[in-house]
Design a protein. Structure first.
Length: 471
């Protein structure tokens, strides 16, 4: 008989697998995978034995085949390793300023806080934009220093810093924003304790407005915020303020108006600069420019300062002694107003009605910011003029109060006010109550010698005489 043995082979395969993990950061992630495969193999061995038996009666051959089978196990191990290099953008640093508001009197410094990155080899560049506009430009060069000093800004401004980091890898990022507004501030501290005060500040404006600070003395910190007092002034006109100090030595006055309302008193906004006459009230000429020359209609802050032996500075930088006042001014368009006297005089006739008109005329010459005086008539329609506001104001006051004034020379003529009847006479010839040839008007003289324009002033011909005060 033949016996057949079937060999059975069972193979068991075990596989171990580790899943690859890739980590993704905000920058670049590099993944390295290494796979190790191990295979174990066992070779099967087969042994065959043959047995032969012989018999006389019969013959039998028996063959036995024995097969030894060894199962082969193949084991494969797969190992996956992951190596990740990550460069993550750090938390943004915070931009800060040493001042929240800038007034032009004190510098400020920009710097960074919340610095969580490697600063080795880092560089910084500050940028600015008018607040809210998001239009950026560099305000500093690239520097190895994170802080940056700022000495001037015209408008409220946003600042940020661009940062270049070298380690652990090259990165460029930007800080948060910081906004520095503009605001008025007191000048740097000076002293008025030695009588270097702005003791009087008197200024008459339009529509009955008046600043009337009298004997105010020395304010704390040599600064007095008096913006509750508002005065209205015309463009393209000149005014006269009366200013005094309590110190008898050299003091100088400076006055500024912040026409562009940027919280800074800039050099082109200075409207007065003049020395004081000891402790007396000194007339200070204030010139308001035209709109085309820089004046802006509306409400603005006005700063007035007295400085001892120094050029006034709205921030009081480099000034040791002095005092500063702030006021409010409303600038309006200039519309000139005339106060006019014009009468016909008849040769040799006592001008009675003309005298009454003259009395009514001079009563209107109250204190105002006059800018023009004209004395003219039918004998000289153009006439002669005074352009100096101080002189005009003094003439008006003298006529209104029947007080002698002059003679004073201005615009190539000698002007005077004096007694020759009441109210007083006005002369542009330097002589009061004399029969001179020139420009004199005296309607209340009480006789026919009423004066004359560009001719005789006694026994003068028939003529019209006109006087105009403009403010």
């Amino acid at each position: 008989s033949t016996t057949t043995s079937t060999t059975s082979v069972t193979t068991t395969s075990t596989t171990t697998s580790t899943t690859s993990v890739t980590t993704t950061s905000t920058t670049t992630s590099t993944t390295s995978v290494t796979t190790t495969s191990t295979t174990t193999s066992t070779t099967s061995a087969t042994t065959t034995t043959t047995s032969v038996t012989t018999s006389s009666s019969s013959s039998s051959t028996s063959t036995t085949s024995s097969t030894s089978s060894t199962s082969t196990t193949s084991k494969t191990t797969s190992t996956s390793s992951t190596s990740t290099t990550s460069t993550t953008t750090p938390t943004l640093p915070t931009a800060v300023s040493s001042l929240s508001s800038f007034c032009g009197c004190t510098n400020f410094t920009l710097s960074l806080t919340n610095i969580l990155f490697n600063t080795t080899g880092a560089s910084y560049q500050w940028q600015s934009s008018i607040s809210g506009q998001n239009i950026w430009s560099n305000v500093s060069a690239v520097s190895s220093t994170a802080s940056f000093p700022v000495s001037f800004q015209v408008n409220a401004t946003d600042y940020k810093c661009q940062i270049i980091v070298q380690f652990p890898a090259l990165m460029i990022f930007t800080s948060t924003l910081v906004t520095v507004t503009n605001a008025y501030c007191a000048p740097l501290v000076i002293s008025c304790s030695s009588a270097d005060t702005m003791n009087d500040f008197i200024l008459r404006g339009e529509s009955g407005t008046l600043i009337n600070d009298v004997a105010t003395g020395c304010a704390a910190g040599a600064y007095d915020n008096r913006t509750s007092q508002t005065i209205t002034l015309y463009t393209n006109l000149t005014y006269v303020a009366l200013v005094s100090t309590q110190y008898s030595s050299l003091e100088t006055v400076g006055i500024w108006i912040d026409f562009n309302n940027n919280f800074l008193f800039e050099s082109f906004e200075r409207v007065a600069y003049q020395s004081l006459n000891s402790t007396l009230d000194t007339p200070i000429t204030i010139t308001i420019p035209s709109i085309s020359s820089g004046a802006v209609l509306g409400t603005h802050r006005m700063r007035a300062q007295v400085a001892y032996n120094r050029i006034p500075n709205p921030c009081a930088a480099s000034i040791t002694y002095g005092e500063t006042h702030d006021y409010t001014v409303n600038i309006i368009p200039y519309t000139p107003t005339n106060i006019t006297y014009s009468q016909l005089f008849i040769m040799g006739v006592n001008p009675v009605s003309q005298c009454a008109a003259w009395a009514n005329f001079v009563a209107q010459l109250t204190i105002r910011p006059y800018n023009l005086l004209i004395l003219s008539g039918s004998m000289d329609p153009v006439g002669v003029k005074v352009l100096d506001p101080v002189v005009i104001g003094n003439i008006a006051l003298a006529l209104q109060t029947s007080t002698a004034y002059g003679p004073v020379s201005t615009n190539s003529r000698s002007w005077a006010v004096g007694s020759c009847g009441s109210p007083y006479e006005l002369s542009a010839s330097g002589a009061v109550c004399y029969c001179v040839t020139g420009y004199n008007i005296r309607p209340c003289v009480g006789n026919g010698n009423f004066g004359g324009i560009n001719g005789l002033t006694c026994s003068a011909a028939n003529q019209t005489m006109t006087v105009i005060f403009q403010y």
